[in-house]
Ligand binder design. Structure first.
Ligand code: SF4
Length: 147
């Protein structure tokens, strides 16, 4: 199973914001540069995370992005499900649909495997993902790209 790039960079943003200095919140551009993804892609992920209630933007001087209390406590399994959507790991109902789709044991076990994948992530929160060694590395990241 492979996460979409969108989910991956949204998770990078959440982890980076989890260790940021609340007295000096980061902007979307700073987060994008820190985790080395294009600004436009990061802006879309930030918007989605705001809609999910995971982070919020403070406007004005000294403004920037910060995780909400909900975002800090949220299950990573829940977050990845929201970002990935309802798709199965194989496109049984694609175009053309697979002729086995109505009676396929493989489809059923793949659904179970997908659920087991999410179940592994369910008990984790963002705080669990930024303990050492990840957190100190995140804090030290500096931007290398712009655009
Ligand atoms: S063989 Fe089964 S799992 Fe694969 S596409 Fe067809 S219905 Fe889906």
């Amino acid at each position: 199973m492979r996460l979409t790039k969108f989910t991956d960079l949204a998770l990078r943003a959440v982890m980076r914001l989890a260790v940021s200095d609340q007295a000096r919140p980061l902007t979307t551009r700073e987060v994008a540069e820190a985790v080395d993804v294009p600004y436009a892609h990061m802006a879309k992920a930030i918007t989605r995370l705001q809609h999910l209630g995971v982070l919020e933007a403070r406007r004005g001087r000294g403004g920037g992005l910060e995780l909400t209390g909900f975002g800090r406590r949220a299950s990573i399994g829940w977050l990845v499900r929201e970002l990935e959507g309802e798709d199965e790991v194989v496109a049984c109902d694609g175009d053309p649909p697979c002729p086995l789709r109505g009676a396929c044991r493989l489809r059923r076990v793949l659904r179970e495997a997908q659920e087991a994948f999410y179940a592994t992530l369910d008990p984790l929160t963002v705080a669990d993902l930024v303990t050492s060694p990840t957190g100190p590395v995140l804090i030290g990241l500096t931007g290398r790209r712009s655009g």
